[in-house]
Design a binder for this molecule. Structure first.
Ligand code: KG4
Ligand code: ZN
Length: 351
C-alpha cells in the first residue's frame, strides 16, 4: 500500500469528463481529460442531454486511465472529490452518481466540490506557496468574478457579471464572426493577426467604484457593427473584429482587477477559469501587475480550462479542513460560491 495521501478528483460539470489523481496535495500523478468538443462543435455549443450521455459512457474509462497512469488502485485513494455544482444538472448528476458509487464500493469518503473553488485552487498545483487570503479573478464560460479567497473553503464575492460571462461573450462573438465553437481559443488565435484598434467597441465600467462586469453591450456592439457593415456591402477583416472585441473586453478585465487590488490592498491576484488561458490577457495582466509591483499567479492553460486536478486539489484542502460530504450529496446547478458551500457538507438534506 502506498504511504502517500492520494486524492481522486472527478469533474463533469460541462463538456469535459476529467479525472485526476493527486498525491499529498502536491504531486499530480495523472490528469485525464476526455473532451466532447468535437461532438458539440456540430451543434455550435454544448447540448446538455448529449453531454450527460457522454459523461455516463466515458466516466468508467477515464477513471481506469487515471488510476493506471498514476499506477494506483482505487483501494489506495484516501478521498474522492467530485464537482457538485455549479454546472449542467444532468452532467453534474453523472459525475456525482459515479463518485458516490466509487466511494461506496471502495469504502472511501466523498467530498463535493464547488466548481469555481476548484478553478481558483488550481493555482496551488503549480504554486503551493499561495495561501489565503488572496484576490482571484475567475473568468470562465459561465462565470466572471472578482473574489476574495479568505480560506480554502471560504470566499467573498466582490464583483460579478450583470449579464454575460466573459467566455460566453467570446463564444457568441466567435459564432457571429463564423468561427464556431468553442469561440475563446479561436478568437485568441485569430486576434493575433488583427489590429486591436481597428474598431473601438464599447468598454462598460458601470458605476464608479463598481467591481461588477457587463459584457453584453460589447457583444451586441460587435453584432450591430457586422450587420451594418453587411448592409453597406462591406466585409470587415474578421481578424480585426476579433482583435478589437478582445481588446475591449481585456481592457475592462485588467482595469477592474487593478481596482480590486487598490480597494482590497492585496499584494497580488490569482487568475482562474478557461478564459485565463487567453494569451493576450496573460500578457496584459502580467504587464499591469509588473507596473505596480503586484504578484500574479496564472495556472498553465491545461489547469485553466476544466480538469480533474483542480477538483482533486480542492477536495484535498477540504479533507485537511475536515469537511466531507456523504452519500446524500446533491447537485446544485446554480450553487453560490459565497453562500452555498455548506450544501455540500455531510448531513445537509438532499432536495
Ligand atoms: O473554465 P472553463 O473550461 O469551463 C467553464 O467552467 O465554463 O471555461 C470555458 C470557457 C469557454 O467560454 C471558452 O471559450 C473560454 O473558456 N476559453 C477561452 C480560451 N480558452 C477557453 N477564452 C478566451 N481565450 C482562450 N484562449
Ligand atoms: Zn470551468
Amino acid at each position: 500500500m502506498s504511504k502517500r495521501h492520494l486524492t481522486l478528483g472527478i469533474e463533469s460539470s460541462c463538456d469535459e469528463t476529467a479525472i485526476a489523481v493527486l498525491a499529498d496535495g502536491r504531486e499530480l500523478l495523472s490528469n485525464v481529460i476526455s473532451s466532447q468538443i468535437k461532438i458539440h462543435e456540430e451543434y455550435g455549443g454544448v447540448v446538455p442531454e448529449i453531454a450527460s450521455r457522454h459523461h455516463l459512457k466515458n466516466l468508467p474509462f477515464v477513471l481506469d486511465q487515471a488510476l493506471a497512469e498514476a499506477g494506483v488502485n482505487l483501494d489506495e485513494i484516501a478521498e474522492i472529490g467530485v464537482t457538485a455544482g455549479p454546472g449542467l444538472a444532468g452532467a453534474l448528476l453523472m459525475g456525482t452518481a459515479f463518485a458516490k458509487a466509487a466511494a461506496m464500493a471502495a469504502g472511501k469518503p466523498l467530498i463535493g466540490v464547488h466548481h469555481i473553488q476548484g478553478h481558483i485552487l488550481a493555482n496551488l498545483l503549480e504554486h503551493p506557496e499561495l495561501e489565503p487570503p488572496f484576490l482571484s479573478l475567475v473568468i470562465s464560460g459561465g462565470h466572471t468574478l472578482l473574489v476574495e479567497v479568505l480560506g480554502y473553503n471560504e470566499f467573498k464575492v466582490l464583483g460579478t457579471t450583470r449579464d454575460d460571462a466573459v467566455g460566453e461573450a467570446y463564444d457568441k462573438v466567435a459564432r457571429v464572426i463564423g468561427l464556431g465553437y468553442p469561440g475563446g481559443p479561436k478568437i485568441d488565435r485569430l486576434a493575433k493577426e488583427g489590429d486591436p484598434h481597428a474598431i473601438e467597441f464599447k468598454r462598460v465600467y458601470l458605476e464608479p467604484g463598481s467591481l461588477d462586469f457587463s459584457f453584453s453591450g460589447t457583444k451586441t456592439g460587435v453584432i450591430n457593427y457586422l450587420h451594418s457593415a453587411e448592409q453597406r456591402g462591406e466585409h470587415p477583416k474578421a481578424a480585426d473584429v476579433a482583435a478589437s472585441f478582445q481588446e475591449a473586453v481585456l481592457e475592462v478585465l485588467v482595469n477592474k482587477t487593478m481596482s480590486a487590488l487598490d480597494t482590497t490592498g492585496y499584494s497580488g491576484v490569482a487568475m482562474a477559469g478557461g478564459v485565463s488561458s487567453n494569451s493576450a490577457l496573460r500578457e496584459k495582466m502580467r504587464a499591469a501587475c509588473e507596473a505596480r509591483g503586484a504578484k500574479l499567479w496564472i495556472p498553465s492553460p491545461v489547469f485553466c480550462t476544466d480538469n480533474g486536478a483542480m477538483i482533486a486539489m480542492a477536495a484535498y484542502k477540504k479533507a485537511q479542513l475536515g469537511i466531507y460530504s456523504d452519500l446524500h450529496l446533491d447537485v446544485w446547478p446554480g450553487l453560490d460560491l459565497e453562500t452555498g458551500l455548506h450544501k455540500l457538507n455531510a448531513g445537509y438534506p438532499a432536495h
